[in-house]
Design a binder for this molecule. Structure first.
Ligand code: MSP
Length: 530
């Protein structure tokens, strides 16, 4: 049985439709999940929606609908986004599912049994209108007409000194165990810069965490305290367990949530603290294994600007996919943004990058080669005598696709893996130019066949390697090349007996159809950048 590998995205707030930031996380995580499957791992990939909490309740109130209804409507849009962007998740977890309430209550009880929860009072400046507590330092003092002073929240709403009953989690108890975790397993949190930030934060001292609310009821009920709902992050983080069947500890849970198992959380940099401080503390408290790896990716910026509803620059990923193509969007996001760093996108950047890499370099290589095989060899695949040049090219392609690409992707270095792949594509194009098979047609047809067969072999390896990033396009090429489904993986790249096998099977290649058309910039786009 192959080694289990569990990978998750964050679960998104469905308080509105998905935006390009959500798509970015889903696409990059999907590329990693597909890669691991192609490495022969037993992968489980989960995503979902985080439907409770004040934010959702407020969004629903603004729209004048019940939170349950808003959550259902918007969650559907996230499911749809996954389908349209070719996200290969095995499970989609909604936190309003009954099973999730059961799981959240189970982890709560496990933490309580470990003596880590206690009931106390939460005191602070509270704005009823914002339904939020504020720190003294956040408040603005204003003077009324009669000279009387009062305090306002940063939103300009009145605040009152409020004392609310709340359950607390003994986070302070986990300060040392957490620091030990970061020291002993640095891979637990990456990139390194985010780990250093968290170490500083934890070293600064951890206060116990308020983990229940009585001021609203849109959440999971606290077991035995019916007037409390759990703080949304307790329930949100537990989604990673719910999807595996927890509290049932057999089945998927036993397979994927194991001590020292490959458990990978891909999340954005804004929620690193929740995943690398609170989450391992909750798990330690509940006596459950910890994830192996939390990776905080950067933010996607619209032409270098933060996206926000008020600025009106939030982008719909499905509109982008519609304009440029799903695989083009996937390729751009994986290749152009360094995973872990912030990255910028624009229509011009997508067009420029995908035209350069996919249309002009790779697509052109494939189309030229396959057309020549079709025209000059009647589409027949035949083993040929190879020269040193051919062997050198195949060695370059093998190093890129079989060594460098997997090595970088294992480190989650998506753009680095794609760079290695592109270097091999360039080497192939250079080889075509040098060997000039079109000129050999008359002078040395045997040599022409050897050149085309070398390229044929190289294209198979290149198409297999890039499958995690552009699954549909790569499969369309591999279909044209006659490669069986069960050979479209990294074990097969390592032992390429393609040409002999295909020749033996009597495979004949049909007239190829171009896979990566050149993109045009939609009219009206790009003027601001000019
Ligand atoms: N519901 C929480 C996560 C709970 S996980 C147990 C949440 N939701 S979110 O909808 O705000 O964000 C979902 C994911 O998208 C997060 O990982 C977040 O960092 C990521 N992104 C949100 N905006 C983003 C960009 N502009 N760019 C890249 N990722 C971004 O946080």
């Amino acid at each position: 049985m192959s080694e289990p590998y569990y990978i998750t995205t964050a679960i998104s707030y469905p308080n509105g439709p998905p935006h390009i930031g959500h798509a970015y996380e889903a696409i990059t995580t999907d590329a990693i999940a597909r890669f691991q499957r192609m490495m022969g791992r037993n992968v489980r990939f989960q995503t979902g929606t985080d439907e409770h909490g004040l934010k959702m309740a407020q969004a629903a109130a603004e729209k004048g609908v019940e939170p349950q209804k808003l959550a259902a409507q918007m969650s559907e849009k996230f499911v749809d986004m996954c389908a349209k962007l070719n996200i290969s998740n095995d499970h989609f977890q909604r936190t309003t599912d009954t099973a999730h309430h059961v799981a959240s209550q189970a982890i709560w009880k496990a933490m309580e049994a470990n003596n880590d929860l206690y009931l106390d009072k939460y005191e602070g400046w509270y704005s009823v209108r914002d339904e939020a507590y504020y720190d003294e330092s956040e408040l603005v003092e204003v003077e009324g007409e009669g000279g009387e002073k009062s305090k306002l929240s940063p939103q300009g709403t009145p605040v009152e000194w409020t004392v609310e009953e709340s359950w607390f989690f003994r986070l302070s108890k986990y300060q040392e165990p957490l620091l030990e975790l970061y020291r002993e397993k640095p891979e637990f949190l990456e990139p390194e810069s985010r780990r250093n930030e968290m170490i500083k934060f934890v070293e600064g001292g951890l206060r116990d965490l308020s983990i229940s609310r009585t001021s609203f009821d849109w959440g999971v009920k606290v077991p035995g305290s019916d007037n409390h709902v759990m703080y949304v992050w307790i329930d949100a983080l537990t989604n990673y367990l719910t999807g595996l069947g927890y509290p049932d500890k057999d089945g998927n849970f036993a397979t994927y949530w194991r001590q020292d198992g490959d458990i990978v959380h891909i999340i954005g940099k804004d929620i690193v603290r929740f995943h690398s401080v609170y989450w391992p503390a909750f798990l330690m408290s509940a006596g459950l294994p910890l994830p192996r790896h939390v990776f905080g990716h950067g933010f996607l910026l619209n032409r270098g600007e933060k996206m926000s509803k008020s600025v009106g620059n939030v982008v719909d990923p499905l509109a982008l996919a519609e304009t440029f193509g799903v695989d083009q969007l996937r390729y751009f996001l994986c290749a152009d943004v360094v995973f872990g760093k912030d990255g910028s996108f624009s229509a011009e950047a997508i067009v420029t990058r995908t035209n350069a890499d996919l249309a002009n370099s790779f697509g052109n290589l494939v189309q030229r080669t396959l057309s020549m095989i079709h025209k000059n060899m009647d589409g027949k695949i035949a083993p040929t005598e190879t020269s040193d040049d051919d062997a050198a090219l195949l060695a370059t392609v093998s190093v890129a696709t079989d060594t460098e690409f997997p090595r970088e992707l294992k480190k989650l270095n998506l753009s680095g893996a794609i760079e290695a792949w592109m270097r091999a594509v360039f080497a192939c194009n250079q080889y075509v130019d040098e060997q000039a098979p079109w000129a050999l047609k008359k002078t040395d047809p045997e040599r022409m066949e050897a050149v085309l067969m070398t390229l044929f072999g190289a294209i198979i390896q290149l198409s297999i390697a890039i499958r995690p990033v552009v699954p549909e396009a790569a499969d369309r090429i591999l279909d044209q090349l006659g490669i069986a489904q069960d050979h479209r993986n990294f074990a097969a790249i390592a032992e390429p007996e393609w040409i002999a096998e295909l020749a033996q099977s009597g495979f004949v290649m049909e007239k190829p159809t171009p896979i990566f058309p050149r993109l045009e910039l939609p009219s009206g786009e790009g003027e601001e950048a000019a």
